[in-house]
Design a protein around this ligand. Structure first.
Ligand SMILES: [Zn+2]
Length: 131
């Protein structure tokens, strides 16, 4: 891995540390005030590198989703079929994550969701549950 690998960007490491502590955070630009996702080294709106992480309450609605039926990687294969969604946070940007603990057929656009967290090969990632 190299320094250009996004997993080594300090803001991504910080994002994952918050997730490991059970907090969903999202980037907010200190210069223009816009939020974005995923975390990156510069604001996509104004290219400022002055980006902070803000904690979300972790609630939102399903903005869009797809159900994955193909077992394309052993990490996720045992979980197929699963729902991969874009979630519009009530207090932040649209983020992505799986909707878990339900039949994927229960997921719909506009459905309310709440963040939860799951461990995937040693990394804690945000996921969402219906309700
Ligand atoms: Zn900005």
């Amino acid at each position: 891995m190299s320094a250009s690998d996004p997993l080594h960007w300090p803001i991504v490491s910080e994002y994952l540390e918050h997730a490991a502590d059970g907090r969903l955070v999202f980037p907010v630009c200190a210069d223009c005030g816009e939020s974005h996702f995923p975390p990156r080294v510069a604001c996509p709106h104004c290219l400022s590198a002055d980006v902070d992480l803000r904690e979300s309450a972790g609630t939102g609605i399903v903005y869009s989703y797809t159900v994955v039926h193909v077992d394309y990687h052993p990490t996720w294969g045992e979980r197929t079929p699963y729902c991969n969604a874009l979630v519009e946070l009530d207090d932040g940007p649209i983020v992505f994550g799986n909707v878990v603990d339900c039949d994927p057929d229960q997921v719909s656009v506009g459905a309310p969701v709440t963040v939860d967290f799951t461990d995937v090969v040693g990394t804690t990632l945000p996921v969402f549950v219906l309700g």
